[in-house]
Design a protein around this ligand. Structure first.
Ligand code: GTP
Ligand code: MG
Length: 136
């Protein structure tokens, strides 16, 4: 069975949307395998977002992700990597489709980084790497 890493980002935790996001994952039929509330440190975030180092949104992204606790979730199910990305919606919450987590619950707050509530691994390789980082 395939597994993915989902993060409820600090904006989702601060807005008390963790339960709503878990509800959508469970209602879709995926299984929660492991879950924890964690204050990520700079080292974990640098490893997690290594592919974005040097991009203009990289520093605001890391600062945002360390601004408060996140909920890390190991989620399982057939094609869950792709399936959760569809549940989440596209990166920009302003234009993410209604019916998705980002489209229904997110918007542009006029900040330097897109605060878009959730992260989901984008490939089997990313999922394996990220699950190893967040669930050692
Ligand atoms: P994740 O699931 O969080 O990885 O989102 P994603 O895969 O949809 O986006 P990506 O991996 O490309 O970027 C990681 C995060 O950086 C996004 O979720 C946004 O928070 C932020 N980000 C990405 N692209 C931009 C951008 O063009 N502008 C700004 N301001 N933020 C961005
Ligand atoms: Mg990504």
């Amino acid at each position: 069975i395939e597994e993915t890493l989902v993060l409820v980002k600090p904006d989702g935790v601060a807005r008390n949307l963790t339960g709503e996001i878990l509800r959508r994952i469970e209602a879709k039929g995926y299984s929660l395998v492991d879950i924890k509330l964690i204050q990520a440190d700079r080292g974990l975030l640098a490893a997690h977002y290594a592919e974005h180092e040097g991009k203009p949104f990289y520093i605001p992204l890391v600062e945002f992700m360390e601004s408060g606790p996140v909920v890390a979730i190991r989620v399982a199910g057939n094609r869950v990597i792709e399936g959760f990305r569809v549940l989440a919606g596209t990166t920009d919450p302003t234009t993410a489709a209604p019916g998705t987590i980002r489209g229904d619950l997110g918007r542009d707050w006029g900040l330097k980084v897109q605060q878009n509530l959730v992260h989901g691994s984008d490939s089997p390789e990313s999922a394996a790497r990220e699950l190893e980082l967040w669930f050692k």
